[in-house]
Design a protein around this ligand. Structure first.
Ligand SMILES: Cc1cc2nc3c(=O)[nH]c(=O)nc-3n(C[C@H](O)[C@H](O)[C@H](O)COP(=O)(O)OP(=O)(O)OC[C@H]3O[C@@H](n4cnc5c(N)ncnc54)[C@H](O)[C@@H]3O)c2cc1C
Length: 501
């Protein structure tokens, strides 16, 4: 009898883990509370437009990239994708010329030398750290290690060139800027804040330097950021196809309500059918939770051992996570200026960290990429917001706040796009409340736990939990958010489960 696995949630983390485990001969069932798989990387359709719910760009599709490796093991083709070049056009407050993050490294070097004179030594350090970290990560270390096998995987991935990263392991980007005398370069700082907040959930002063070295370099070839043809849903669909090809099952519309444990092992889970509200109990040899760590804590019933208490304490002490406010616009193509890049970022306040609603990250569909009918386009714009302000409100107050954020976003978008009553065809918005409802993420938090020194790499959240047969995948765990990050955590769990038999 093959070992049975229950996967809780069909986000990219759960689907990748589930499909790989099915490929390796396990009897896999994935339960997903929503009606579509993909979680934050899924898509919804309105009036002929396809809107990506959250994730719009994908890393890790290049040869040797994490999605490419997963797809090769699954024996399925990678989805068709176009590299983004520039990966992003960044507009700082009151500036009309963007900083273009080009895909070609030489071109990007010239651009940043022109935009941020005197900063090249800092960028060279980042490039050195990136090379060493990327090679290290490619040897599949397990971080943070929780047993002897994990430690061995970590030690085996170390090489002489990894040593260069050691003195920088406890530094933030802010520390490195100060080291190079750039601590007062507000323009460079704002650019880094904007880019890093997208990937690490925190500003430059807080982001772990080694994490930043990687995420700031993945926009350039031979890595790169890509737009999938069709929509982000294509990624989940491919993984579902692979899961089913190897005999795995995906059950949509089923929510795991409780995880029951005994003697330091999960025994069973309570599952509720969302439509009929009926519950059932299922058992398995392993349980892979593709949920936020905050959700995981709430699912355990009753909370088990002393170790679990320590684990929960750590989660309680994590800094508050961010939420997202997103507007989805369906527009006439005339609304899009000529030469508009696929991604743009705007900061609206000088000398301020990225915080409540003071920036926008924008993703624009390309003609013929399957997201909009001919002659039309989609614009998706997101900003960071504190999830707390969206909950425990009277419905009218919530709607008023949502309307204000929507109007603010559209007014700001109108300074770049030609948005008029003629060109704006469809609009919708999502708040943390919406994310909580459709992705079941605790308080609608998105993007993981933030990549500070205290929560990154060896200090991050492990895929192993205090319960022997309960595993965590997804953006709470190392190496953090993004479809590539969560796929890496899925790969780690698959290796850990395979070795534990
Ligand atoms: C606005 C926004 C923009 C982003 N942009 C990008 C981007 O451009 N590129 C990028 O790579 N990343 C981006 N991200 C981040 C990326 O989307 C996420 O980090 C990643 O998709 C998270 O995947 P996951 O598998 O960890 O979790 P999720 O996507 O949260 O999936 C978890 C799944 O589990 C289900 N679930 C939860 N609890 C239960 C339960 N009890 N029972 C059953 N099912 C359950 C949920 O419904 C969900 O489908 C963005 C995120 C947001 C919000």
């Amino acid at each position: 009898m093959p070992h049975s696995i229950i996967v809780i949630g069909a986000g990219i983390g759960g689907l990748t883990a589930g499909a790989l485990l099915a490929r390796r001969g396990y009897d896999v069932t994935i339960y997903e509370q929503a009606r579509v798989p993909g979680g934050c990387a899924s898509t919804f359709k309105r009036q002929g437009f396809s809107f990506d719910v959250g994730a719009t760009q994908v890393a890790g599709l290049e040869p040797g990239g994490v999605h490419q490796r997963v797809f090769a093991e699954l024996g399925i083709n990678l989805p068709t994708a176009t590299p983004c070049d520039p990966a992003c056009a960044v507009f700082l407050p009151h500036e009309t010329e963007p900083i273009q993050v080009w895909r070609d490294s030489k071109r990007w070097q010239l651009e940043r030398q022109r935009q941020f004179p005197g900063s090249e030594p800092f960028w060279q350090l980042m490039a050195e750290l990136f090379r060493a970290s990327w090679n290290f990560q490619g040897r599949e270390p397990v971080l943070p290690p929780r047993n002897i096998w994990d430690f061995w995987q970590l030690i085996s991935a170390l090489r002489l060139d990894t040593l260069i990263t050691v003195p920088f392991a406890l530094m933030t980007v802010g520390d490195a800027l100060r080291l190079y005398g750039l601590g007062n370069d507000q323009r460079l700082k704002s650019f880094l804040d904007l880019q890093l907040k997208l990937y690490s959930q925190v500003n430059a002063d807080e982001t772990a330097l080694l994490y930043a070295a990687t995420v700031l370099a993945v926009s350039q070839a031979p890595q790169g950021l890509y737009h999938l043809h069709g929509s982000m849903q294509v990624l989940s669909n491919c993984l579902v196809e692979a899961l089913e090809k190897y005999g795995g099952k995906l059950k949509l519309g089923y929510s795991i309500e409780n995880i029951h444990s005994q003697n330091n092992r999960v025994e069973q889970v309570t599952i509720r059918h969302q439509k009929t509200r009926e519950t059932s109990i299922e058992t398995a040899d392993h349980f892979v939770a593709n949920v936020t760590i905050q959700n995981l804590i709430k699912l355990l019933d009753p909370p088990p051992s002393l170790f679990w208490g320590l684990y929960r304490n750590r989660v309680d002490k994590l800094p508050r996570s961010s939420g997202a406010f997103v507007v989805y616009l369906g527009v006439d193509r005339q609304a899009i200026p000529d030469g508009c890049p696929p991604h743009l970022q705007f900061l609206y306040e000088n000398n301020q960290p990225i915080s409540e609603n003071n920036s926008l990250f924008i993703s624009v569909s390309e003609p013929g990429d399957g997201r909009a009918p001919k002659g039309k386009a989609t614009i998706i714009a997101s900003s960071f917001t504190d999830p707390q302000i969206w909950f425990h409100q009277a419905p009218e107050a919530y709607q008023a706040l949502k309307q204000k954020y929507t109007s603010d976003a559209i007014a700001r978008l109108s300074s770049y796009f030609h948005l008029t009553s003629d060109t704006l065809i469809y609009q919708e918005a999502a708040t943390p409340y919406t994310f909580a409802r459709f992705t079941a993420r605790d308080k609608g938090i998105v993007g993981g736990i933030g990549q500070r020194v205290s929560t990154f790499g060896p200090f991050g959240i492990a895929t192993r939990t205090p319960l022997k047969n309960l595993w965590l995948v997804g953006d709470s765990t190392h190496p953090g958010e993004g479809t590539a990050g969560v796929s890496y955590s899925a790969l780690t769990v698959v290796r850990q489960i395979s070795i534990s038999q």
